[in-house]
Design a protein around this ligand. Structure first.
Ligand SMILES: CC(C)(COP(=O)(O)OP(=O)(O)OC[C@H]1O[C@@H](n2cnc3c(N)ncnc32)[C@H](O)[C@@H]1OP(=O)(O)O)[C@@H](O)C(=O)NCCC(=O)NCCS
Length: 178
């Protein structure tokens, strides 16, 4: 039986956190760093389990995005992964469905994520829109452009007025800022 649940990091056991980290390490083939893990915790997790085993995960953490003179309360998607060998069976969609429910229930003004190339069809197929304008980060030294991320950022418009050709600036954090 497949079961999807949504739970805050604070409600997860040590074993559950280890299972999530192990799934992310496997799905990203060793490219998932400790900073990536740091970005994945502290918010809501969507967990898909099959026969008691974790088969898919995604997280939603709060960040601030500067856009159009406003600091938008943003639900940022992190750590979306499905156990290798179980792809294209709808598990990634189940994760996104659960996270989008949290986004749409009014907790945030905007949904945002940085997409791996192979995951773009999953997100666009669900109504996420590619950000066309320049991206940047509010670094300790001021706003700095992040040109490598241009074209890889996607948003789920909720309540905020957006100009997809305008600038989108994320808050600062260690590791990959987007
Ligand atoms: C990306 C990933 C999460 C997708 O999970 P998944 O369980 O295969 O996704 P789904 O089965 O729900 O796919 C839903 C739809 O998304 C699209 N899609 C998903 N993966 C796709 C791919 N590789 N190529 C083309 N379309 C794809 C398809 O439209 C698919 O529907 P369909 O199978 O009926 O055609 C999974 O491949 C994965 O864990 N990859 C490694 C980690 C990663 O890249 N995570 C994303 C970080 S941004």
């Amino acid at each position: 039986m497949t079961e999807t649940r949504t739970v805050h990091t604070s409600r997860l056991t040590g074993d559950e956190l280890l299972a999530i980290r192990s799934l992310l390490d496997d799905a990203f083939e060793g490219d998932f760093t400790d900073d990536d893990w740091d970005h994945t915790v502290g918010g809501m997790h969507a967990l898909v389990q099959e026969g008691g085993e974790l088969v898919a995960h995604g997280a939603l953490v709060q960040r601030r995005m500067l856009h159009g003179g406003r600091a938008l309360r943003t639900g940022y998607v992190e750590g979306v992964a499905v156990r290798p060998g179980l792809w294209r069976r709808g598990h990634g969609s189940a994760v996104m469905e659960a996270l989008e429910q949290v986004l749409r229930r009014g907790a945030y003004e905007l949904g945002a994520l940085g997409a791996a190339d192979e995951a773009v069809p999953l997100y666009t197929g669900r109504g996420w829109q590619r950000w066309r304008g320049p991206s940047s980060v509010l670094a300790p030294t001021g706003i700095a452009r992040t040109p490598d991320e241009d074209g890889c950022l996607f948003v789920l418009p909720l309540r905020a007025a957006l100009d997809l050709d305008g600038e989108l600036t994320c808050d600062w954090r260690p590791g990959d800022v987007w």
